[in-house]
Structure formats: C-alpha cells, structure tokens
Design a protein around this ligand. Structure first.
Ligand code: ADP
Ligand code: MG
Length: 764
C-alpha cells in the first residue's frame, strides 16, 4: 500500500503507481467520498469520451470515398460499391482470397504443374484452333531458349487476341500451370509486355506492385481487373492503413502475439519479400491472426456485455422441492441418460441462482430434450410459478401438448394449449385461465408472446427449436414475466464454435448421448426409376407390423402445386400402389384438429403409411415407424434431412431411410445426400452443412443480431474465437460497464462496431 500524505496547501500527491492504476490524465475529475471507516473512495468520473484529435482525423480519413483514390474512375467506383466497398476502410478489409508468388521468373523448362508461376519469353505463334471434336480455342506458343510452352484460351475474341499476341513480341506472363500427358500448358495467362529492347528485370522494376513480390489476388466481380485493383489497393493500403488504430488492450495483443492493425493490414495485402506463402494462404500468419482476433474480440466483448446485462439482473431463485419431478421420474418407463442427468443438474443449478437463467440445450434429434425441459418446467411449477413453452409450429406445439399433458395429468399439473387457431370464446377462456394462474404450463406457438396474453406469474420460458426464433422473440417472452428464466432447446446440432458465436450470450448445455437401444438409420440414395423396389421395402416393413413415412418437399414459391403433387401422390399410393394398406396424409394446410386426428391414428397404428409434407420435420415421435422415404431428397437442406430422418430409428428395431432423387444431382446436392448416407451423427452433419453452405447461411447471424464478419472464417478460425472470447469476457468481468478510463477507447470502438445492437445491454 503506497503511503500518501497531505501537503501544506491541502494537495494530495499520488504515487505514480496509483495514478496509473486509476488511469488518470491531467485534467481528469474524480469524486471523493469518505466512508464510515474514514477511508477515501476515489472514483474517476467517466468523461464524455473525448477522442484525441489524431483519432478523429484518422477516422475521417478512413471514411474517404473510394472515388477519390487515384485510379478509381466513376465506373470502377460503381463496381466496387456493388461489392459493398464505398470507403477506403471497406477496401482495407477486402482481403485477398489467395496470393501469387511472383518473386521469381521461372524458366519454361522448370515450370511446375499445379502452381501459379511467372515466366518470360517470346511469342512464336498465335492461332485459333478447332479440334476434331469441333471445340475452338486460341493457342499461343511461347519460347525461351530451347523450351516451348503452349498457352490456351477457351473463350476469346480472335481479332483482339491476334492483335496483342503478335509473334516476336516479348513479355512476362503469369498463370496456373497444368499438365496434360507430357505437355504442360497455361490457360489464359496474364501478360506484361516488354518494350523494344527492354530487359525482363527492367520491366519488373517498372511495376513493383505486380512483380518481384508475393502478389495479392482479390475476390473479383465482373468488371474488375486484378492488375487495376491491385494498384488501387496498393495506394489505399500505403496511404490509409496507418490510419487504422488498434484499440485492443496492449496486454491482450502481447499475450497473443498480435501486430498493430496497420501493420497487419499491410502484411495481408502486400506481404513482405520473405513472406511464407503457405502461411498466408492458410490465413495463419501474424497479419491474418491479428485481424481475425480483433474482429472476434469485439464480437465477444459485445456478447459478454449483453450477457452481463442479463445475469446481473435479479432473477428468481427457485428451490428444488421434488414435488413433481420425483414422481415423474417414477412414472417414466425408462431412466434418464447420463447426459440428460448432467444437463438437468446444470439447469437446476442455474434456476436456483438469484439471476435469470439464459441457457441453450443443444442435442441431436431424439436425445430427449423435451423430457429435460419438462423436468425444468416442473421445478418452476413446484415453486408456484407458471411456465410457457413456445414451439415454432402449431403441429409441434400440439405434439408437445399431447406428450406433456399425458404426464402432467397423472401428476395433477394443469397444462393448456394456446395457438393462433384458437378463436372466440375458447380463446378468451384459455387467456383467462393463464392470467388467473390456473394454467401452470402453457404450450403454444408465437401466440404465447402476443400482447393479449398475460401471465399471472411466469417463472420460466422454454423455447423449442431456437434457430427459427430471433433474439427479439426471446426478449418478448422474457417480458411476459418479471425476469423469468429462459431455456432454449435446439435440435440443430451446431458446431461449437458457431454456437458460441451465434448464441454467445447463452450458456450452453449439450446432451451428447442418445437413449440406449437406438439403432442407426441405414440410409440410401435411390434413383426414381427404382421406385418399385422402394415400394417393396415399405410393403415388407408393414407386413412386419411396422409403419412408414413418405415425405414430400414443400418449396415455398410453388407451395400450391407441390401440395397438389403430395395429395395426388397420396391418392395414387392409396389407390394403385398400396390398396391393401391404410394410408393417411398430413400437410400444413390442414386444420389443427384434422392434423391431430391423423397424427393420433398414426401413433395408434390405425395407419400404416403417413404421407406428409415437411410439417413432420420436427418433434413427431412414433417409435414403431421404421421406414422413411423422402421424395425429391435433393431439394432438402442437410439439417432438414437430418431432422426428418430423426423421425425413424426411435425404437429398437433397425430402420431405413430412402432418399429418392429425380434427375441429375447438382454438385452440392450430391454432396449433401452422400453425407446423409455416410453418417447419423448430427454434429458431423452440421459441420458438413456448414462447409457446404458457409456460415452466413447456416443460422443467419444477422437474424441473431450480430455484426457480420469481415475477415474471420468461423470454420478456419475456431481456436482464435475461443481465445478472443476468453480475453473479452475477462475484460468485462473486471470492468462490467467498461467504465475504467483505460477501457474508454474499447468502449467507443465497441459502440462503433455494434451500432445500435447493444441497446439491450444498456451501453450504446
Ligand atoms: P428430442 O426432442 O431431443 O428430439 P425427444 O425429447 O422427443 O427428443 O425424445 C425422443 C424420444 O425418446 C421420446 O419418445 C422420449 O420419450 C424418449 N426418451 C427420452 N429420454 C429417454 C431415455 N432416457 N431413455 C429412453 N427413452 C427416452
Ligand atoms: Mg424435440
């Protein structure tokens, strides 16, 4: 403890150590309070952050429109704007998607297939050629010493080609080398022509942006030429990268070996002469890591704040009484899996804490999330609170209702169903019972969060199938009570890194175990023309007392005609293919009572085959169903296919899933179906989905209210995300409101990046 003493004129000189700890600058103001023990409490007043003049000028500079950059005319500016590049800051974050090593000119004899190389030589001949098969291409032969190389173009304008590729002309060329048999070829190389008598070295020195270095290759759109863009980018990086200030706490940057942002930007755009090409291509160099870390850090900082906003609020501290939970466990014909028990314990612990719970239960299809949720619901009911369970579709809400009601009836707990198809008197009666607190568990669709619904005492909100709800809806549910706990269930197995990002402000519980006795579903891709065989399989299973699903896709734009196809197909199957079997149809346009009747008869085995549109995608549970035929399987997304398939393989009998395909598959379509054939593991399927579709499309980060990534690649950079998250959460733990002077710049930068999206956390 440094000793301080008062001077004669009542000044209190502070030791440098204290000044630093409080982050004081000349002119800063403090409040001083005396506490009961005669100690002084010093609190620096947070100044309305006054950014330094240099910061202000730098920010202004970064907003310079691209059209003011040398080499950017109105046309190029327009093309760039279409790519979202309006200011120089946008351009700085347009990173190359690969690099070319143009440090050396390679003799023709030593060109390596598979690599992009730079070579020099003289044009020997240039002719349009027509193959025997009628294919046209343009061929140029290039010579250096005794070696010849063939360059080819497959789309070309002959007049234009003849004019530039004149025999005798010398140039420096760049292109990817390929090998056909013994011959090496380069397709559509780029050319830099030598002037009369000029040496290769002199020409390279003339264009130091494009030669003698590792050269960036930018993602292109039509109307952009690499060479032009490269020159523009060089100008932008040289002039404006120094304006980008690093706001990361210096200690964090040091711990992770990060560079100043300006240096990192320079390195990823125009790498140093001795750069490691492999590292660059993999985004593993210090430059890329710095940019990615920076991006993740501010994302996680915002998430940490948002989460802090939730956990610091007072919430309900439930007590576990076992009034209903114990009896339910006794009623169940099975015991909980270890994973269910673990997750339930995590939930209970958080429900008992005096802060609102905000937890995501993630688990593969059929792992028993609903049961865990019900047990959590019963804990709330035991404490005299109401529970709202929200499902994305009416049919799923109804199914939850049937399941949960089945158990709760035996426990003496009142469960009500509230959907938008409930009208008039029936509806007002339900609403009345909810408001009076007579309904202990209320299950419904988004109808549950409508204005008119009032709860007597809501203690827990459960949201099923999270990815269909936005953050907003979660918030609305929360406002139906006084900081109730929120539990979110998702059947979409989300790769961990992505879960952390998209749901970063939720705590995560994973049920990573299926109830015992489940057998993996044998999955096969079968072409339409073997349909009869597939019908044979259905017949066999039904003969064994099993049941089957036949699924039709409903594509939104053509919903009507697809619906017609599904109904027609059902009729065709009922009358011509399976006249001896009992067949039902289920689709989204049916009334809830009709749907429920059909579902119930299928469940009670009064139907052998259920022809359905994807309304059965989630939640339907009929363990006796052992075959699923998915028509036009190529039209479904991977996670949807996985959800659908999860409807079979729920009992101990071995089950099959047949993916019927029509016509030729697209490359992605084929990939998706092969993944389905090769694994039943939801996590592997989710990873594959992420790989095929890319993260943007996967859950919709925008829907989740998150900033977009500029440089990070969630698949590649998972490790960095975790590191950045730890650092960011540590900062918020030490300074929950980012009030400390040393965090002032962090706070400003955070507000700038997140815009209005931090309102809920009360910072912006
Ligand atoms: P999810 O919602 O996770 O897809 P469900 O909660 O619908 O899965 O559970 C699927 C089926 O497994 C239901 O029939 C449920 O009763 C049953 N089930 C849940 N937990 C167990 C368990 N521990 N042992 C056996 N069956 C279970
Ligand atoms: Mg479910």
């Amino acid at each position: 403890m440094p000793i301080v003493s008062l001077s004669a004129d009542n000044l209190l000189p502070l030791p440098a150590e204290l000044v630093a700890r409080l982050g004081l600058q000349p002119g800063d103001r403090l409040t001083v309070e005396v506490d009961g023990e005669g100690r002084l409490l010093l609190t620096p007043l947070r100044q309305p952050s006054a950014p330094s003049l240099a910061d202000t000028i730098n920010r202004k500079n970064l907003e310079t429109p691209m059209q003011f950059i040398k080499g950017v005319g109105p046309k190029l500016a327009e093309v760039l704007a279409k790519k979202g590049i309006v200011t120089v800051e946008d351009a700085l974050y347009l990173l190359p998607n690969r690099y070319e090593d143009r440090r050396q000119v390679v003799p023709l004899a030593r060109l390596q297939p598979g690599r992009t190389e730079v070579f020099a030589g003289e044009v020997v001949s240039a002719e349009a050629v027509v193959t025997k098969g009628g294919r046209r291409f343009f061929e140029v032969l290039i010579k250096d010493g005794n070696s010849l190389l063939s360059c080819k173009w497959f789309h070309f304008n002959p007049a234009f080609m003849k004019k530039s590729w004149q025999p005798g002309r010398r140039g420096i060329f760049t292109g990817q080398v390929s090998q056909y048999g013994l011959q090496r070829e380069v397709h559509h190389p780029e050319a830099e022509w030598l002037t009369e008598g000029e040496t290769v070295e002199a020409a390279m020195a003339r264009d130091p942006v494009s030669f003698g270095r590792v050269v960036p290759v930018y993602p292109l759109t039509e109307g952009l030429n690499q060479k032009v863009l490269r020159k523009v980018m060089k100008e932008v990086v040289d002039r404006f990268a120094p304006c980008v200030a690093s706001t990361l706490p210096p200690a964090v940057a040091a711990r992770h070996g990060l560079q100043p942002l300006a240096e990192a930007l320079r390195e990823v755009h125009f790498p140093a002469a001795d750069a490691d090409l492999r590292q660059l291509e993999e985004g593993a160099g210090a430059g890329h890591r710095t940019l990615v870390f920076d991006e993740f850090f501010f994302l996680e900082l915002g998430l940490a704040l948002r989460r802090r906003g939730v956990t610091l609020e007072p919430g309900i501290a439930f007590t576990v009484h076992h009034t209903y939970t114990k009896p339910l466990l006794k009623l169940l014909p099975f015991s909980l899996t270890a994973a269910q028990r673990r997750v339930l314990a995590e939930i209970k612990e958080e429900m008992m804490a005096p802060h609102p719970m905000h937890r995501l239960i993630q688990g593969d299809v059929g792992c028993g999330k609903t049961l865990v949720a019900l047990l959590a619901a019963l804990v709330a009911v035991e404490n005299g609170y109401q529970v709202a369970i929200m499902a994305p579709t009416e049919i799923l809400a109804e199914q939850h209702y049937l399941n949960i009601h089945h158990w709760c009836e035996q426990l003496g707990v009142t469960v009500l169903l509230l959907t938008s198809s409930l009208k008039g008197k029936a509806k007002s009666e339900v609403l009345g019972r909810v408001a009076r607190g007579e309904a202990q568990i209320v299950i419904g669709t988004h109808a549950v969060i409508q204005d008119k619904v009032e709860f007597h005492r809501l203690g827990l909100g459960i949201v099923d199938e999270q990815h269909r709800f936005g953050v907003l809806q979660r918030g609305l549910l929360r406002r139906k009570g006084d900081n109730p706990d929120i539990l979110v269930m998702t059947a979409t197995p989300i790769p961990r890194t992505l879960a952390m990002t998209v749901f970063g402000d939720l705590s995560l519980s994973v049920i990573d175990e299926l109830p015992p006795g489940r057998t993996p579903v044998a999955t096969k891709i079968v072409s339409e023309n073997r349909r009869q065989q597939v019908y044979g399989i259905i017949r066999e299973e039904v003969a064994k007392g099993r049941q089957a699903y036949v699924i039709y896709p409903l594509v939104e734009e053509s919903e009507k005609s697809d619906l017609k196809a599904a109904t027609q197909m059902a009729e065709h199957l009922a009358n011509e293919v399976f006249p001896e079997l009992r067949l039902g149809i289920l689709h989204g346009k049916m009334k809830p009572e009709e749907k429920e009747a059909v579902m119930r008869s299928f469940k009670e085995r009064a139907l052998d085959i259920l022809v359905a549109t994807t309304v059965i995608e989630v939640g339907i549970d009929v363990p006796n169903a052992t075959v699923m035929v998915i028509e036009h399987a190529e039209r479904f997304g991977l996670s949807q296919l996985h959800q659908l398939r999860g409807r079979v393989g729920r009992g101990s009998a071995s089950s099959r899933c047949i993916l019927l395909t029509a016509g030729k598959l697209s490359e992605d379509g084929e990939k998706r179906l092969r993944v389905m054939e090769s694994t039943n593991d939801g996590f592997r399927i989710a990873e594959a989905d992420l790989e095929i579709r890319g993260p943007g499309d996967f859950l919709g980060t925008r829907q989740a209210g998150l900033p977009d990534f500029r440089v990070a690649n969630i698949l590649r950079d998972g490790r960095l995300l975790e590191e950045a998250r730890q650092e960011a959460f540590a900062v918020i733990a030490a300074d929950p409101d980012l009030q400390l002077p040393e965090n002032r710049r962090l706070r400003d930068e955070l507000a700038r990046r997140w815009g209005g999206r931090l309102e809920l956390a009360g910072i912006a």
